[in-house]
Design a protein around this ligand. Structure first.
Ligand code: FES
Ligand code: FES
Length: 167
């Protein structure tokens, strides 16, 4: 039996070494919050953290993840949906169909841990996940709500463009 550390627990599983981590998480361990979208590392629906780094699991062979590395999925972000990013998502009603949102939230939490006050350029560079429902503006607004401590009134919701203009 191979082992992974997922959401703070050691989990055992059986899978071929080249099985993507995504399928071990979903089918062996039963954590179905992490989604399959494209399968080629383009959409970000399958994003989890490995030692705090946002990682697209559809192309990550499970054998390349050591049991000493800490895997965190959307289910492990908080016990009750109380992570500040989850609260901002709820406050602004970010999801539409919701399919991409686990991956979005994992990508955003990794960004905010590395850069607590990201610029729009930082957000553009780090959050390349695809949302077919087009919730991008609400995602950006929710990131700014988190940066403002959860206060929708004081959050800087305007988007600053490269030419200095805002919308
Ligand atoms: S399913 Fe992994 S990036 Fe799309
Ligand atoms: S909310 Fe539907 S794909 Fe993003």
């Amino acid at each position: 039996m191979a082992k992974l550390n997922v959401n703070g627990k050691v989990r055992e599983f059986e899978a071929e070494p080249d099985t993507p981590l995504l399928w071990v998480l979903r089918e062996q361990i039963g954590l179905t919050g992490t989604k399959y979208g494209c399968g080629v590392a383009q959409c970000g629906a399958c994003t989890v953290h490995i030692d705090g780094v946002a990682t697209r699991t559809c192309v990550r062979p499970v054998s390349s993840v050591s049991p000493n590395e800490k895997v965190v999925t959307i289910e492990g972000l908080s016990p009750n949906g109380s992570h500040p990013v989850q609260k901002a998502w709820a406050k602004l009603d970010v999801p539409q169909c919701g399919y991409c949102q686990s991956g979005m939230i994992m990508a955003v939490t990794a960004l905010l841990k590395a850069k607590p006050n990201p610029s729009d350029a930082d957000i553009n560079a780090a959050i390349t996940n695809i949302c077919r429902c087009g919730t991008y503006n609400r995602i950006r607004a929710a990131i700014k709500v988190v940066v403002a401590g959860g206060n929708t009134k004081s959050a800087q919701l305007a988007i600053q463009h490269a030419d200095g203009s805002t919308t």
